[in-house]
Design a binder for this molecule. Structure first.
Ligand SMILES: Nc1ncnc2c1ncn2[C@@H]1O[C@H](COP(=O)(O)OP(=O)(O)OP(=O)(O)O)[C@@H](O)[C@H]1O
Ligand SMILES: [Mg+2]
Length: 240
C-alpha cells in the first residue's frame, strides 16, 4: 500500500481462518489502521489482493463491521445511544419490533442501559466507544474489525469488554481482527498475534497463542506461557 508513491505497507501476506481471533500489534504509524481499512474494503491496495473467502474485497459490506479508533466520528450526533445501535439493525433489515430486545441486551452487555436515551455529546469518550462497539455487535457481522477499540476505557471496563467481545464472537462464530498497542491484550485475546514493524509496515513475526480457553483475567495473565509470550513480543518490538 502506497500513498503518493510512499510505501506504508510492504510485502505483507497472511491468512485468517473463519472464527479465528487474530490480533495485530505494532508501533504507531506502521500501517495498522491502513491495513484494517484495506480489510474492510474502504481502501484498495496499490498492488496485491485482499480477499474474503476467495473473493476480492472491492467495497465495504455489512458482513464486515469496523470499530474505528476515532470513536468521535463514528456516531451520529442527532441519534440517541439506542438509535445509534439500531442503525446497524435497520441496515440489515431487522423489523422494528424485533430490534428492541437485541438493543436492550447489548446495552446491558456494554454497561449503557442508563445512557440509552442520551445523545453522544452527553457521553464520555469511553461510553461513546462502547456505543460504537454495541452497534457493530448488533450488526452480527461475519468479520469484526477492531482498531484499538478499548484504548479510551478504564482498566475494569476494558477487561469486562475483552471478555464480552470474546464470548459474543465465539458464540456467533465471528472472525475477529483486533488491533492494539497493548501486548498483554493481544495475548489475552488472540488465537494468534501478528507483530508488525514500521517503515514500511511489514510482518516481523506471527505468534500462535496456545493458552487454552476460556481464559480468565487473573489466571491467564499469570500463566507461564502468557509471560513467555509477553517477553517474546516485547523483544520483537523493542528490537525494531
Ligand atoms: N490517507 C492517507 N494519505 C497519506 N498517508 C497516509 C494516509 N493514511 C495513512 N497514511 C500514512 O500511512 C502510515 C500508516 O498510518 P496508519 O494510520 O495506518 O498507522 P497506525 O499503525 O494505525 O498508527 P497508530 O498506531 O498511530 O494509529 C503513516 O505514515 C501515515 O501518515
Ligand atoms: Mg491507527
Amino acid at each position: 500500500m502506497a500513498f503518493s508513491g510512499k510505501v506504508v505497507i510492504d510485502n505483507m501476506s497472511f491468512r485468517v481462518q473463519p472464527g479465528e481471533f487474530m490480533c495485530i500489534v505494532g508501533p504507531s504509524g506502521c500501517g495498522k489502521t491502513t491495513l484494517l481499512r484495506l480489510l474492510a474494503g474502504l481502501t484498495q491496495p496499490s498492488s496485491g489482493l485482499v480477499m474474503d473467502g476467495g473473493k476480492v474485497i472491492a467495497s465495504p459490506s455489512l458482513e464486515r463491521a469496523i470499530v474505528f479508533q476515532d470513536y468521535g466520528r463514528a456516531l451520529l450526533p442527532w441519534r440517541t445511544v439506542s438509535q445509534n445501535i439500531a442503525l446497524s439493525l435497520e441496515a440489515v433489515g431487522i423489523p422494528k419490533q424485533m430490534r428492541q430486545q437485541g438493543i436492550d441486551a447489548l446495552l446491558a452487555t456494554t454497561g449503557l442501559t442508563q445512557a440509552a436515551e442520551k445523545f453522544p455529546n452527553q457521553l464520555s469518550g469511553g461510553m461513546q466507544q462502547r456505543v460504537q462497539i454495541a452497534r457493530c455487535l448488533a450488526q452480527r457481522p461475519r468479520l469484526l474489525l477492531m482498531d484499538e477499540p478499548f484504548g479510551a476505557l478504564d482498566a475494569i471496563t476494558r477487561q469486562h469488554l475483552q471478555d464480552e467481545v470474546t464470548r459474543l464472537a465465539a458464540r456467533a462464530g465471528t472472525t475477529v481482527i483486533f488491533i492494539t498497542h497493548d501486548l498483554e491484550e493481544a495475548i489475552y485475546l488472540g488465537d494468534r498475534v501478528i507483530v508488525l514493524g514500521a517503515n514500511p509496515g511489514r510482518i516481523l513475526e506471527e505468534v500462535e497463542v496456545t493458552i487454552p480457553r476460556p481464559r480468565n483475567q487473573l489466571e491467564t495473565r499469570e500463566d507461564p506461557l502468557f509471560l513467555q509470550l509477553r517477553h517474546r513480543l516485547h523483544g520483537l518490538l523493542e528490537g525494531h
